[in-house]
Design a protein around this ligand. Structure first.
Ligand SMILES: Cc1ncc(COP(=O)(O)O)c(C=O)c1O
Length: 403
C-alpha cells in the first residue's frame, strides 16, 4: 500500500490493505491445502471479512467462534458450521442456536470439565435436542519451573479424558463428536520480541521440544478415542503461527487460522510469519505540535490484551523516524510522538499504525476501509468496485459486541 500518497477519507480510521490481504489469503491456502480450514472469528470480527475470505479459500469448512452469543449471530448471518472454541455457561444463547441446528447447521461446543457438560446437557434436555461437544485437549508443555503453553483445558492426558467421558455417558443429551488440541505455544508465541533477544534461542528450542510432545499426545488421545468407538467429525488444531506444523500432523482434519490474514504487529516477531504482509491497521491525524521535534496525533490508545508489556502496544508503520514518548505511550485520545526530522511531518499529515493483535482493533472502529494500490473505495456507490473490494463492516459497526 502506498501510505505516502494515500489520504484516508476520515481519520482516525482503520485501514485495510486489500493487496496484502489477498496475498495473505493465498499464502494460508497454500500452507493449509492438505486439510480443512476453519476461520478464527476472534481474530477477524467482521461478517464482511469472513465472507470475503471464505469465498477465496477452497478448503474453507467453517468458523471457530469465541462466544455463544456470537455463535448465534454467525448462524443468523448464514454460516452453518461453527465450533465455539471456549466453554460457555450462556444457556440462553445456546438454546437460541437450536433453531439452526434443527435445520441442519453444525454447532459444536467446547468442553473440558463436567460443569461445562452439565450446563449443555440441561439446556439440550429442556429443548429435547442432542448437543454436539468437542473435547479440548491441553497441548501445553509443563516443565519444572516453566509452564510452556496456555492454562485453559483440564484435559492433559488420556486419564483425564477417560474421566470426563465417564461423566458425559451419564448425560444423554450430549454427544462427543470432535476433539481439539490447540498448540498455542507454537502457533501464537513470537520467538524474537524486541528487547528480549536473549530469549530467542530458548523459545525456539522449547517450540521444537513442544512440537514432539504435541504430536505424540494429540495423536495418541485421538487414536484412543477412536478405539473406544467415538466417531470424531473433526480433529482441530493449530493457529496462524503453526500452519506448516499442524497441517503435517496425521491426526488433524482441520486447522484454525485468523490472525494471519491481518498480520498484526506481534506476528512480525514470529519466525513462521515472515512471508505474510501487514494488512490491517489504523491511521491517526496529526492535530498538534506542542514543541519542536514533537507532534501529537488524535487517538491511538488501542492496546492489545495479554500480559502487560511493550509488545502489546501498537506500532508505528509509516512514516519512519517517529517514536512514542515513554511517559505517555499511545494515549486514550491523543498520542504524542517524537520526530527524528522536524518539518518532515506536520499538522494535517497522517501516521499509519498497526495493532499488536488482529481482531481487537475491530472493537474500536465501525469499518475497515479498503485500499488497493490502484484505487480506493470508501462508499458503496461504485458498484463494480464494491464487488471486488470495499469497506468491511466490523462487529462493532454492526452494533455487535461479544465477550
Ligand atoms: C482454540 C484456538 N484455536 C486457534 C487459534 C488461532 O488463532 P489465530 O490464527 O488468530 O492466532 C486460537 C487463538 O487464540 C485459539 O484460541
Amino acid at each position: 500500500m502506498d501510505f505516502a500518497n494515500t489520504i484516508p477519507p476520515k481519520a482516525p480510521s482503520a485501514w485495510l490493505d486489500m493487496d496484502a490481504l489477498d496475498h495473505n489469503i493465498q499464502l494460508v491456502n497454500q500452507k493449509t491445502q492438505a486439510i480443512n480450514l476453519r476461520l478464527a472469528t476472534k481474530s477477524i470480527r467482521s461478517i464482511d471479512m469472513l465472507n470475503y475470505i471464505k469465498e477465496k479459500s477452497h478448503n474453507f469448512i467453517g468458523l471457530m467462534s469465541y462466544a455463544a452469543e456470537e455463535s448465534l449471530y454467525l448462524l443468523e448471518n448464514g454460516f452453518d458450521n461453527i465450533l465455539c472454541a471456549y466453554p460457555t455457561l450462556d444457556m440462553t444463547s445456546v438454546a437460541a442456536t437450536f433453531k439452526y441446528t434443527k435445520q441442519g447447521a453444525t454447532m459444536i461446543w467446547m468442553v473440558d470439565r463436567p460443569e461445562h457438560v452439565d450446563v449443555l446437557n440441561a439446556v439440550a434436555k429442556a429443548h429435547d435436542v442432542i448437543i454436539d461437544v468437542c473435547l479440548d485437549i491441553n497441548m501445553s508443555m509443563p516443565l519444572p519451573k516453566l509452564y510452556f503453553g496456555t492454562k485453559r483445558s483440564a484435559l492433559m492426558d488420556t486419564k483425564d479424558v477417560k474421566k470426563l467421558l465417564k461423566h458425559i455417558k451419564k448425560c444423554p443429551n450430549v454427544t462427543v463428536s470432535a476433539a481439539m488440541g490447540y498448540e498455542a505455544q507454537i502457533a501464537g508465541l513470537a520467538e524474537h520480541v524486541p528487547g528480549k533477544a536473549l530469549l530467542t534461542p530458548a523459545i525456539r528450542l522449547l517450540k521444537q521440544r513442544s512440537k514432539k510432545q504435541v504430536s505424540k499426545r494429540r495423536s495418541s488421545i485421538v487414536a484412543w478415542l477412536k478405539k473406544q468407538g467415538y466417531t470424531l467429525e473433526l480433529v482441530n488444531g493449530g493457529g496462524s503461527g503453526s500452519m506448516d506444523f499442524t497441517s503435517s500432523q496425521p491426526e488433524i482434519t482441520e486447522i484454525t487460522v485468523g490472525s494471519a490474514y491481518y498480520k498484526p504487529a506481534y506476528f512480525d516477531h514470529m519466525d513462521s510469519m515472515e512471508a505474510f504482509q501487514p494488512a490491517v491497521g489504523f491511521v491517526l491525524p496529526v492535530t498538534r505540535q506542542p514543541e519542536k521535534g514533537v507532534i501529537t496525533c488524535h487517538g491511538g490508545g488501542f492496546i492489545a490484551s495479554g500480559a502487560v508489556g511493550e509488545d502489546k502496544a501498537p506500532s508505528i508503520h509509516y512514516p519512519s523516524g517517529l517514536s512514542i514518548l515513554a511517559d505517555e505511550g499511545f494515549g486514550e485520545v491523543q498520542t504524542p510522538m517524537a520526530i527524528a526530522k522536524p518539518a518532515a511531518i506536520n499538522i494535517g499529515n497522517y501516521v499509519w499504525c498497526r495493532h499488536a493483535k488482529a481482531g481487537e482493533l475491530c472493537e474500536h472502529f465501525n469499518e475497515l476501509i479498503g485500499y488497493r494500490q490502484a484505487a480506493q473505495v470508501t462508499t458503496a456507490n461504485d458498484k463494480k468496485a464494491k464487488k471486488e473490494f470495499d469497506t468491511m463492516m466490523t462487529y462493532r459497526g454492526a452494533g455487535q459486541c461479544f465477550h
